[in-house]
Design a protein around this ligand. Structure first.
Ligand code: SF4
Ligand code: SF4
Length: 151
């Protein structure tokens, strides 16, 4: 049995925990807040440390020093943060859904995250290159999209 099937999130080693990330990059997109309703909207603007093609953090060990509002996921907070994508492996496990077939640990191929459209690879803008008056134009709903299980 695979480690993510036999262990709970709190029982996993650091290496197992890190291996769960599917590398989609969705949690590193900037959230916009609707001033009237307080609703959080995801944008296609990426954190200044996210590599837009590799979808990895370019300074992972120091990420919270460099980006103070970067949230470190833990077994305790993953079920409580509303903007964690529904496709996120940590959220899926916290909700008892298991890993999707396209997760690299299941498919054996990181490309499947890209093929099903979950990855943000190649479709984001760097936050330092977006003018403040253009931010509203970057609200998008595709980061919320979830591929059907049969895809
Ligand atoms: S949303 Fe989840 S699976 Fe995707 S990059 Fe973030 S932590 Fe990893
Ligand atoms: S600092 Fe790194 S991990 Fe944190 S949001 Fe930015 S790119 Fe993602």
């Amino acid at each position: 049995m695979a480690f993510w099937e036999e262990k709970s999130l709190v029982e996993m080693s650091d290496a197992e925990w890190e291996a769960l990330c599917d590398g989609c990059g969705r949690c590193c997109l900037i959230k916009l807040e609707d001033e009237d309703t307080g609703t959080l909207i995801t944008s296609d603007v990426r954190c200044k440390l996210l590599d837009g093609d590799a979808c990895t953090c370019t300074d992972y060990p120091n990420r919270q020093k460099q980006v103070p509002d970067c949230v470190k996921l833990t077994p305790q907070n993953v079920g409580e943060i509303p903007w964690i994508p529904t496709t996120c492996a940590y959220r899926r496990l916290a909700e008892g859904k298991g890993l999707a077939w396209w997760h690299p640990l299941v498919s054996g191929d990181p490309q499947t995250v890209i093929d099903v459209g979950v990855s943000v690879k190649g479709r984001t803008f760097l936050e330092t290159e977006v003018e403040p008056d253009e931010w509203e134009d970057h609200a998008v709903d595709w980061p919320e999209w979830e591929p059907p299980e049969h895809l």
